[in-house]
Design a binder for this molecule. Structure first.
Ligand code: SF4
Length: 354
């Protein structure tokens, strides 16, 4: 029986490259996108994909594709959609037109994740984002009117010129949109990004922690559950697809630079577009030993409030007791669950348990 219930598809194209971006992405050119979709269709067909529960189409910017190619992408995915419970598309506000929203709806997409990052138009412009908060509002209104109300918004904590005041305004603006899910990631400044070359530094630990404390306070006060280090959801709206990763379950990964986990193998696809178009998909493979599997289990399970089955760390009783008495973990039945404090210092917990 096929145990793999989740599929990730990467669409690497963007119209404009953001200053902080370290994802696998390329400038959009129609002729590349046409060839890319052909290769993607072939890659998908090569796996025995059936009976999925979740599909997640990320990027890059899937909505960067022109309408006819966007529809073609949806048609390429159609054969795998039957029975899927959560089908997510990532989108950028400026390219999430009403026509695209209608296409998403008619092909069964029931969740949309929008890259908002901040609601401050000046900062958006400074980091080369191509949208305004007004466009976010319009896109979310259109999604809801079309019947897609399971919506996530991504925010970045610590963008250049951000502050506590701006973050509070961001949260107020986002909460006014009445959405189901919010992801907040601390800014990372990776080499080869424009921000790095400009000498910009990531927010220091204390500042980032203060930002997280504000997010936690505002979102939990407004009925969101902090269910994963960087993710808050209204009850019943956790990302089922992302929970696949955090439960250490298997998933197919297709598209440029995508990662997957099937059977005993974790793999990563090439990030080279020419290779990908030439049908050389997988670039790295890692055979997961029992020991590695346990390590992944601990690292990933402890990110969420579903927690880790204590049987994976039964040789670490002393460390567990100390983590519980320091308020970083709680024990509930046979599970170890991180507290908010524990999520904020997850690396320290992992150092003790792995
Ligand atoms: S839209 Fe996303 S993937 Fe594209 S450049 Fe910006 S951050 Fe990177």
């Amino acid at each position: 029986m096929n145990k793999v219930k989740s599929l990730y598809i990467h669409v690497p194209f963007c119209h404009k490259i953001c200053d902080y971006c370290d994802f696998t992405k390329l400038q959009y050119f129609r002729n590349f996108a046409v060839k890319y979709l052909d290769a993607l269709e072939e890659e998908l067909k090569a796996y025995q994909i059936k009976d999925l529960k979740t599909i997640y189409v990320g990027g890059g910017t899937p909505t960067a594709l022109e309408d006819d190619l966007f529809e073609e992408l949806l048609k390429i995915i159609d054969p795998y959609v039957n029975g899927v419970e959560e089908y997510t598309f990532e989108a950028n506000p400026e390219s999430l037109s009403l026509d695209k929203i209608k296409m998403l709806k008619s092909h069964g997409v029931n969740r949309v994740s929008i890259g908002v990052q901040t609601t401050d138009d000046k900062i958006l412009n400074m980091v080369n984002r191509d949208h305004t908060f007004e466009q976010v509002k319009t896109a979310i209104k259109s999604l809801k009117e079309t019947g897609i109300d399971n919506i996530n918004v991504d925010l970045i904590l610590g963008l250049p010129h951000s502050s506590e005041t701006i973050l509070r305004k961001d949260l107020e603006n986002i909460l006014s949109l009445n959405i189901k899910h919010i992801s907040c990631y601390g800014l990372t400044v990776n080499p080869h990004t424009v921000l790095f070359n400009k000498g910009y530094k990531e927010p220091e630990g204390d500042l980032l922690r203060a930002f997280y404390d504000t997010v936690e306070e505002e979102l939990t006060k407004n009925g969101f559950v902090h269910y994963e280090v960087s993710n808050w959801a209204k009850p019943g709206y956790q990302s089922e697809h992302n929970l696949t990763y955090w439960r250490n379950e298997e998933y197919f990964g297709c598209g440029l630079g995508a990662s997957g986990y099937i059977g005993e193998t974790r793999y990563k696809n090439t990030v080279n577009l020419s290779q990908y178009i030439d049908r050389v998909f997988v670039n790295e493979k890692e055979l997961v030993s029992e020991k590695d599997k346990r390590t992944y289990q601990i690292m990933l399970n402890l990110r969420t409030i579903e927690g880790l089955d204590i049987s994976f760390v039964k040789d670490k009783q002393e460390e567990i007791d100390s983590l519980i008495s320091s308020g970083l973990l709680i024990k509930k039945d046979h599970k170890l669950i991180p507290t908010y404090e524990g999520m904020m210092v997850l690396d320290q917990i992992l150092l003790k348990l792995i």
